[in-house]
Design a protein around this ligand. Structure first.
Ligand code: GLN
Ligand code: ZN
Length: 766
C-alpha cells in the first residue's frame, strides 16, 4: 500500500475569505474573536475537503494568519523587543508583519514601528517575513500552534500531519543584526524544536512534516554541518516520525547528506527535479519512507497520470510499496484553489488545467490506481488522457507563423546597429536633454475615479468610446501636469493599465485569464497570474494609441512604456509543453513588434520594464550563466530593432545587482532606472566597482512611502550618485511608478525632485 499526502493547502480560500476577514479586522470592523472564528471555519473547510477527497495525510499548521515564517519566529520566541510594546500577542504579530503607528491604548506612548522586511520565498512570487535575530538571541517555545492544530484536527476526526518549518531553513532565511550567518544560533534553537516535537508526540501525532527547502540550494560546509547536527538531535530512535520535506528543485550534491540523516522519511520534488528519481530510489536507506512529489504544486496544468503512474511503479520495483507516499511536489500554496469556481473560462482550455482541489484529487487517484488496481480509477485516467490528447492536438496552442518567425531569427536581430557611445551622440542631438534630465517611471496616481471608470467599462455599463475619452482626459491632465513641473522626458501615465502584466496579457494571443484564480502574494495581498497556454503573438498594437496621443499634446518627448518579456513570463503560469526559454523568446518577439510600431509612430524614447529579471534567477549558481544569457537575449530581441536615434530605457525596481551587473550591462539599454532611495544609494556600490557604460537613473524618491522628500534631501542623494557615476550619465527619477500615491503627494514630491535636479545642475556648471 502506498499512502497519499499533501504538503500544504492554499490559505486564502476560494472566495478570498482570508483577505476579507483580515481587512475587516485591520479596519477595526470585527474583533479578534470573530476573526478567529471565521478563519477557523475556513481552515476546517480545507481540512474536511482534503480528508473527504481521500488523502491519507492531511497537512495542518500550514494555515497562517499572515505568513508561516513569521509564525515560526513567533513560536520560537524570536520577536524583536521593540514589537513587544504592542502588548497583545496578535498586535505584536501584525506589527511585525505590517508595522504599527499609533497608540496601543489611550494615554500610552505613541509607537512608530516599521514592519520587518519581506523577501521572496525562493523563486516563487510569495513573500515571507524575514526573521530578525540578534547575536545573543535566545529562543523559547512561546506558542504551540502545531500542537493545538493537531488536537483541533483530531477532534474533527482528521488524520493530520502537522507541518513545521525546519530549524536550519528557518535560520538561513532570517537575518542577524550584524549581518553574519544566523547558523551559530542553532544550538540554542534546537531544544525548542525538541520540546515541540516531544509535545507533538505526546498528543499522539504519528508523522510531522519538517520543511527544509534550503536543501535544494548550494549549501556552505557550515550549513551542511548544521543539518547533521540538527537532525541527529531531533530524531529520537522511536516515536514521532519526521518527514523531511525538500522542494523547488533537486537535492543534487545534498542528496547523500539527506540520505544519511536519521529521519523517518524524505519528500523530494520530482517535478522540478525529475532527474534525481533513480538516485533517490537506489540510495534510499532501509526503513526510510520516500515521498514522491509528482503533482506539480507550482503550475496549473493537469497532471499526466499515465506518466506519473509509470514513475511510481518504477519506484515500487526498487523500494517496494510499503515505504512510498504520493504527494504534490510542494505546498499547493502557489496555485489557485478551485478550477470549478471559474466562470467563463475558455471551454477548450479548462480541461487542461488543475488547481489545488483538483491536484489533491490527482494525488488520490494515483494512489488508488496503485493500491486497488488501475481499473479502480479508469474513469479519471480516461478523462485525463482525452484532455491531454486534445491539448496536444489543439490548434489553439500552436501558431505556425510564430514558429516560422522564431526559426528565422538572425543574430543581428539581437544587437543595436551602433555601439552605445555612438548612439548617445546621435540621441543627444535629437533629444536635446539637459544634463541630469528628469523623468518618471511611467504610472501616475490610479485614483478611485479611474478604477471606477475601468470597472464600469469592464462590466459593460459604459461604452468603449466613453471609457476612451475618460482615459484621454486623464492623459491630458498628466501631460499638462508634467509640463507645468518642467520635467524633461514625459510619460502618458498608464491610466489604461490596472496591472502591468495583465494589460499586455489581455492583448496578446496565447494568454488566458481566470476570474477567481487568486494566489497569495503576501498577507492579504493576492494576485491573479495569467496562464500562457499557447504560442504568443501580438494581433494588434497595444500601447501606440496612448503614447501617440500623449505625444500629440506636447513638444517634449513622451516615453512609450512596455512590460518586458521576462517580467511577463515570471509573473504568469507558463505552459509546460515546451521549454520556458522558448515561450520567453516568443513574448520577446511579440513585444519587438510593439517597440517598432511605437518607433514608427514617432515615439523617440521607449522604456521596457523588467522588474522581475533578478527574481527569475535559478536557485543554483551553476544555472545562473545560462539563465542570464537567455534573459539578456530576450531583452535584446525585444529592444534592438530600433534605429540608433531611438533611446531605449529599462526599469528594474529593487534589484540586488551583485553577481548580475555584467548581464545588466549586456542588455545594452541606453538608460536604466531602479530603486535606490531607501537604501541611501547603497546599491550604487556595485557601480563603483564595475564601471557601467550606459546611463543610469538611481531613484531619489521613495514611492513606497507617503513621505515627501525635500529637494535638499534628493540633491544629497544625487551627490552620492555623482561620486560613482559621471554626471553626464545620471538621470533623475523616482524609485518606481507613482500609481499607488495620491496626486497631492506626487505633486509635492516631483516639484521637489525637479528642484533638486536644478540645484545640482547649477552647482555642476560652476
Ligand atoms: N512603468 C511601471 C509603472 O510605472 C513600472 C512598474 C514597476 O516597475 N513595477 O507603474
Ligand atoms: Zn519599479
Amino acid at each position: 500500500m502506498v499512502q497519499s499526502a499533501n504538503l500544504g493547502f492554499p490559505r486564502i480560500g476560494a472566495g478570498r475569505e482570508l483577505k476579507q476577514v483580515l481587512e475587516l479586522f485591520w479596519a477595526g470592523e470585527i474583533h479578534e474573536a470573530e476573526l478567529t472564528e471565521r478563519l477557523r471555519t475556513l481552515k476546517h473547510n480545507h481540512w474536511n475537503f482534503q480528508q473527504s477527497a481521500g488523502l491519507d495525510w492531511v497537512p495542518v499548521n500550514d494555515f497562517s494568519l499572515y505568513d508561516h515564517v513569521l509564525d515560526t519566529a513567533v513560536m520560537v520566541g524570536a520577536v524583536p523587543e521593540r514589537y513587544l510594546a504592542c502588548e497583545k500577542p496578535l498586535d505584536v504579530y501584525f506589527a511585525m508583519a505590517r508595522g504599527f503607528q499609533g497608540r496601543v491604548k489611550t494615554g500610552a506612548k505613541a509607537l512608530d514601528l516599521q514592519a520587518l522586511p519581506m523577501r521572496k520565498w525562493f523563486d516563487t512570487n510569495y513573500h515571507y517575513i524575514v526573521p530578525e535575530f540578534h547575536r545573543d538571541q535566545y529562543f523559547k517555545l512561546a506558542a504551540q500552534g502545531p500542537v493545538e492544530e493537531f488536537l483541533e484536527a483530531k477532534q474533527l476526526g482528521i488524520k493530520a500531519r502537522p507541518v513545521i518549518l525546519g530549524p536550519v531553513s528557518f535560520l538561513l532565511l532570517g537575518k542577524e543584526g550584524g549581518g553574519g550567518s544566523p547558523l551559530h544560533l542553532l544550538a540554542r534553537l534546537l531544544p525548542v524544536y525538541e520540546e515541540l516535537l516531544s509535545k507533538l508526540h505526546a498528543v499522539g501525532a504519528e508523522w510531522v512534516q519538517v520543511d527544509e527547502p534550503c536543501l535544494v540550494l548550494d549549501l556552505s560546509r557550515e550549513a551542511k554541518g548544521a543539518y547533521e547536527v540538527a537532525y541527529r538531535r531531533l530524531c529520537p530512535p522511536a516515536g514521532l516520525k519526521i518527514m523531511l520535506a525538500t522542494y523547488f528543485g533537486a537535492l543534487e550534491d545534498n542528496l547523500e547528506l539527506v540520505m544519511s540523516l536519521p529521519v523517518a522519511g524524505v519528500h523530494a520534488d520530482l517535478v522540478r527535479g525529475p532527474t534525481q528519481a533513480e538516485r533517490l530510489f537506489n540510495t534510499l536507506p532501509v526503513g526510510m519512507t520516500l515521498s514522491l512529489g509528482v503533482v506539480d504544486g507550482r503550475n496549473v496544468w493537469r497532471t499526466n497520470l499515465d506518466q506519473k503512474l509509470a514513475l511510481i511503479k518504477r519506484a515500487i520495483t526498487v523500494v517496494g510499496s510499503k515505504r512510498l507516499q504520493i504527494a504534490p511536489s510542494c505546498s499547493l500554496l502557489h496555485v489557485p484553489v478551485d478550477l470549478e469556481m471559474e466562470r467563463g473560462l475558455d471551454d477548450e482550455v479548462k480541461p487542461w488545467l488543475a488547481f489545488a482541489k483538483q491536484k489533491v484529487a490527482e494525488v488520490v487517484t494515483l494512489c488508488r490506481a496503485i493500491n486497488e488496481g488501475e481499473a479502480a480509477s479508469a474513469e479519471e485516467f480516461g478523462a485525463v488522457r482525452s484532455a491531454l490528447q486534445a491539448r496536444a492536438a489543439s490548434t489553439r496552442s500552436r501558431n505556425e507563423k510564430v514558429r516560422e518567425r522564431i526559426s528565422a531569427l538572425k543574430p543581428d536581430m539581437y544587437v543595436r546597429e551602433k555601439e552605445f557611445a555612438e548612439r548617445r551622440e546621435i540621441q543627444a542631438k535629437r533629444l536635446g536633454f539637459p544634463i541630469l534630465p528628469t523623468t518618471t517611471i511611467g504610472s501616475f496616481p490610479q485614483t478611485k475615479e479611474l478604477r471606477r471608470a475601468r470597472a464600469v467599462f469592464k462590466s459593460g455599463a459604459s461604452s468603449a468610446a466613453e471609457y476612451q475619452s475618460f482615459l484621454k482626459k486623464e492623459i491630458r491632465k498628466v501631460v499638462a501636469f508634467q509640463e507645468e513641473l518642467g520635467l524633461d522626458l514625459l510619460v502618458h501615465g498608464e491610466p489604461e493599465r490596472a496591472d502591468m502584466v495583465e494589460y499586455f496579457g489581455e492583448r496578446l494571443d496565447g494568454f488566458l485569464f481566470t476570474s477567481r484564480g487568486w494566489v497569495q502574494s503576501y498577507g492579504s495581498r493576492c494576485v491573479r497570474p495569467p496562464i500562457i497556454f499557447g504560442d504568443v503573438s501580438r494581433p494588434a498594437p497595444m500601447t501606440v494609441e496612448w503614447a501617440t496621443y500623449a505625444q500629440s499634446l506636447t513638444e517634449k518627448p513622451v516615453k512609450g512604456i512596455l512590460t518586458g518579456p521576462l517580467t511577463i513570463l515570471q509573473w504568469s503560469y507558463v505552459r509546460d509543453d515546451q521549454p520556458r526559454t522558448e515561450t520567453g523568446r516568443q513574448i520577446a518577439l511579440a513585444l519587438r513588434d510593439e517597440v517598432l510600431d511605437l518607433e514608427k509612430a514617432g515615439i523617440k524614447v521607449i522604456q521596457i520594464d523588467e522588474p522581475a529579471v533578478r527574481e527569475g534567477l535559478p536557485l543554483r549558481q551553476r544555472e545562473h550563466f545560462g539563465y542570464l544569457k537567455w534573459a539578456v537575449d530576450c531583452f535584446k530581441l525585444c529592444s534592438s530593432g530600433v534605429r540608433n536615434e531611438t533611446q531605449i530605457h529599462t526599469h528594474m525596481c529593487y534589484s540586488d545587482f551583485n553577481g548580475i551587473i555584467e548581464a545588466i550591462s549586456d542588455m545594452d539599454a541606453d538608460v536604466i532606472s531602479f530603486e535606490t532611495s531607501r537604501s541611501k544609494m547603497e546599491l550604487l556600490e556595485v557601480f563603483s566597482k564595475y564601471s557601467y557604460p550606459n546611463q543610469i537613473g538611481p531613484g531619489v524618491y521613495d514611492i513606497h512611502s507617503p513621505r515627501i522628500p525635500s529637494a535638499d534631501e534628493m540633491a544629497d542623494l544625487l551627490r552620492l550618485a555623482l561620486k560613482v557615476i559621471p554626471a553626464e550619465n545620471i538621470w533623475v527619477n523616482p524609485d518606481c511608478g507613482l500609481k499607488t500615491r495620491s496626486w497631492e503627494e506626487v505633486r509635492a514630491a516631483l516639484k521637489e525632485m525637479v528642484q533638486a535636479a536644478a540645484q545640482v545642475r547649477a552647482a555642476l556648471s560652476h
